[in-house]
Ligand binder design. Structure first.
Ligand code: BGC
Length: 741
């Protein structure tokens, strides 16, 4: 068994040069060993939905080969399951494969918020909502780390696009950061303590994440009490010394000539405190040390069992968008004979491109999974071949459609449309596929569309042509068999949308502020991201956040709520077993700041047999009612009415409860420039000012207009306008008196 070393003992023995060397990689995937004192190198590997262990080659774009590993559904699909228990089990399986391959840290999960459907890497991220992303990633981290290997929560923070990702400054106001872009990280860090956090490539408000002291130290360590190690994204460090000073511990990959020397020189000339370097080295040593027992033990994994789990997960993450009756009967599940059309049925699109690309242990396609006797036509080329080729394929497909009872048409985004490293060019499906759908639907209106794409695609131009649509996202290596299970009714769809499907790109929150210009992307939509935008602006969408149908139906009864808990009884009222994702939203109808119309605060999934009921209860905290006050720099609850809503989607609220909630003290420090309203809201300053304030005779203080006008007037201006006998000196004295308490 490998010797587990004593971190402090080793640290005390290291030379300055050895310390510097430990804070960057030795090659693409390994840390630096220090054999002299018995410190081995450890290996890290991508992530997030399968192990990408490169044996011989090394790259971060998924180009070189890697050892076979289970390709579980990427986060877009897995997240759509909203199933914490399932995600944890997938995490455990990932952990088993990681340890069996002698890898210490799996580089994932990613919890960046889907700010726009065009982000090329959305398939690796969970949701447009921080609670969904945070809860599911917490389960994933817990599952992986239960196997004695580490995770890397990425990309911290505000890496919401691929365009210019290595340089762009995400310019985000404080409240938006706190409410939208940070909470998923916060939840995972505080609840699951990932072994590592990976800092992003981009800049945040002008400073590279790798050199961002507030982000890496004040927030992550001091506020959230992160205990692990901060590793850079591959190549995200530009200047090692300020990065170490900001709180970055390990630069990956290897740093190149002269870089360790620069760290040594900085310590020698006093510009970097050796104690700061020691902190980073200690964390690197601790990471190596904690991985040793597992790496010594190793392990194995059951390829077939993991494939079966991947199949279960792909089915659970597929979302039945619509299933309208045709002559009284919905097309799904399939009951009679059917034909399959679409190249994707036999050439599955099951994962995205880039560093997350896994070499799967097996690969199911839907066509073989549906049975060898099913009639099939490819219908189109995925790449959108020369018109002649596609015309011939389509003619054959239309013939087949005309003679079939029902058509299952597999559509999706071609692989080059979405990838790490660049953003999507458009929201829609390729023209040749939409043209194929039109021609096929004209020949046979009984069309079920099965979609494969890593983030929302526009459906509004064509969805009326398909009575049923099943969104499978990118389903991983068992996506093909999972879709066959769903189509045939072997399993019942239970996934729901973790991202809104908008009508048009022009409707999306970031439109106009994406992908930015001249090195900056301004998050101008503020907190109105995803459904927060569409719901607050009362905009029509194709399919709302949280939406997803089943082959059965669910009733919601006995909805009740207090400030600390919500409860609802859900009953399966239909003919088959199924699972329902129940969502709890909170709304603050009246607030002095803009609050989104509704915000998700909790969710749960209940699997129910026909006729079965279950009561779900959810915890609510003060934080769930609060907003981030950028003036006070803390969470505040503004007193008054709150509405707790329980729904099947953000647009299918089944019941709500109104609560009266006592607010937090909202006053800040008073100055001469504080407004009259701010003075009057202050428990000490209010009565003081009231007792000395005089107004001209024609301005009766009881008059509503006078009150409204004065409310937003700074106290000082009242004086300089000569509207009161009060002097500036007296006002300053009042300010001092309030400050003294
Ligand atoms: C990606 C990371 C990945 C790393 C190593 C980077 O380009 O952004 O997500 O873990 O490469 O492959």
């Amino acid at each position: 068994m490998t010797q587990v070393f004593d971190v402090e003992h080793v640290l005390a023995q290291l030379t300055l040069e050895e310390k510097a060397s430990l804070t960057s990689g030795s090659d693409f995937w390994h840390t630096e060993p220090v054999e002299r004192v018995g410190v081995p190198a450890i290996m890290v590997a991508d992530g997030p939905h399968g192990l990408r262990k490169q044996a011989e080659t090394a790259d971060h774009l998924g180009l070189g080969s890697s050892v076979p590993a289970t390709c579980f559904p990427p986060a877009a699909a897995l997240g759509s399951s909203w199933d914490v228990d399932l995600v944890r089990r997938v995490g455990e399986a990932l952990g088993r494969e990681t340890r069996a391959n002698g890898v210490a840290v799996l580089l994932g999960p990613g919890v960046n918020i889907k700010r726009t459907p065009l982000c090329g890497r959305n398939f690796e991220y969970v949701s447009e909502d921080p609670v969904v992303a945070g809860e599911l990633a917490t389960a994933m981290v817990g599952g992986i780390q239960s196997q004695g290997v580490g995770t890397s929560l990425k990309h911290f923070a505000a890496n919401n696009q691929e365009s210019d990702r290595m340089r762009v400054s995400a310019d985000i106001d404080e409240r938006t950061l706190r409410e939208i872009y940070l909470p998923a990280f916060e939840r995972v860090v505080t609840q699951a303590q990932p072994w590592t956090v990976m800092c992003a490539y981009n800049r945040l408000n002008g400073t590279y994440a790798s050199e961002h002291h507030w982000l890496l130290t004040e927030l992550l360590r001091d506020e959230w009490a992160f205990e692990g190690l901060v590793v850079s994204d591959w190549g995200a460090v530009h200047d090692r010394v300020p990065a170490l000073a900001a709180g970055l511990d390990l630069q990956m990959p290897a740093s190149g000539a002269g870089s360790d020397e620069a760290v040594v020189a900085a310590v020698r000339d006093g510009s970097l405190d050796e104690a700061v370097l020691d902190v980073a080295v200690r964390r690197v040593l601790r990471l190596i040390e904690r991985s040793q027992p597992t790496l010594a033990e190793g392990g194995t994994f059951d390829v077939d069992a993991h494939h079966a789990l991947a199949r279960e997960a792909a089915a659970a993450g597929s979302v039945l968008l619509k299933n309208e009756p045709v002559k009284d009967t919905p097309l799904l599940p399939l009951t009679g004979p059917f034909a399959v059309i679409g190249e994707f049925a036999r050439t599955p699109r099951y994962q995205g491109a880039g560093s997350s690309q896994v070499n799967p242990t097996k690969l199911d396609d839907a066509l073989s999974s549906l049975g060898s006797d099913v009639p099939f036509a490819p219908g189109f080329t995925i790449a959108g071949g020369p018109t002649g080729d596609d015309d011939a394929l389509l003619a054959e497909a239309v013939d087949l459609a005309g003679s079939a009872q029902t058509v299952v048409l597999f559509l999706g985004l071609p692989a080059p449309d979405e990838s790490e490293g660049y953003d999507r060019p458009r929201l829609g499906l390729p023209d040749n596929q939409v043209a194929a759908l039109r021609a096929i639907a004209a020949a046979n209106p009984r069309v079920v569309v099965v979609l494969a794409n890593g983030s929302a695609v526009a459906v509004s131009d064509w969805q009326h042509l398909a009575p049923a649509i099943l969104e499978t996202w990118l389903g991983g290596q068992a996506g093909g068999s999972a879709v066959a299970d769903l189509l045939r009714g072997v399993r019942t769809p239970s996934g729901k949308l973790t991202e809104t499907i908008p009508h048009r790109i022009e409707d999306t929150p970031a439109f106009g502020n994406f992908p930015g210009e001249v090195g900056h992307v301004r998050y101008g939509e503020g907190v109105l991201v995803g459904y927060r935008w569409y719901d607050t602006r009362a905009m029509d969408v194709a399919f709302p956040f949280g939406h997803g149908l089943s082959y059965t139906t669910f009733a919601y009864d006995d909805i009740s709520a207090t400030e600390t808990s919500v409860s609802v009884t859900v009953t399966n009222t239909g003919p088959v077993a199924g699972a329902e994702v129940v969502q709890v939203y909170v709304r603050d109808p009246e607030s002095s700041v803009l609050r989104p119309t509704r915000e998700l605060k909790a969710f749960g999934k209940a699997s129910l047999a026909p006729g079965e009921s279950r009561t779900l209860t959810f915890e609510l905290t003060r934080r769930d009612l609060s907003y981030w006050h950028p003036g006070l720099h803390r969470w505040v609850v503004e007193g008054g009415e709150f509405v707790v809503e329980v729904g099947a989607s953000s647009r299918d609220i089944r019941g709500s409860v109104s609560l009266q909630v006592e607010g937090d003290p909202l006053w800040g420090e008073l100055t001469a420039m504080s407004t009259i309203a701010e003075w009057f809201a202050h428990p000490v300053g209010g009565p003081l000012l009231q007792s000395v304030l005089t107004l001209p005779d024609d301005m009766p203080p009881t008059d509503e207009t006078v009150q409204a006008m004065l409310a937003s007037m700074p106290a000082k201006v009242l004086v300089t306008f000569g509207m009161t006998d009060f002097t500036l000196q007296e006002l300053d004295a009042l300010v001092a008196k309030v400050a003294a308490g």
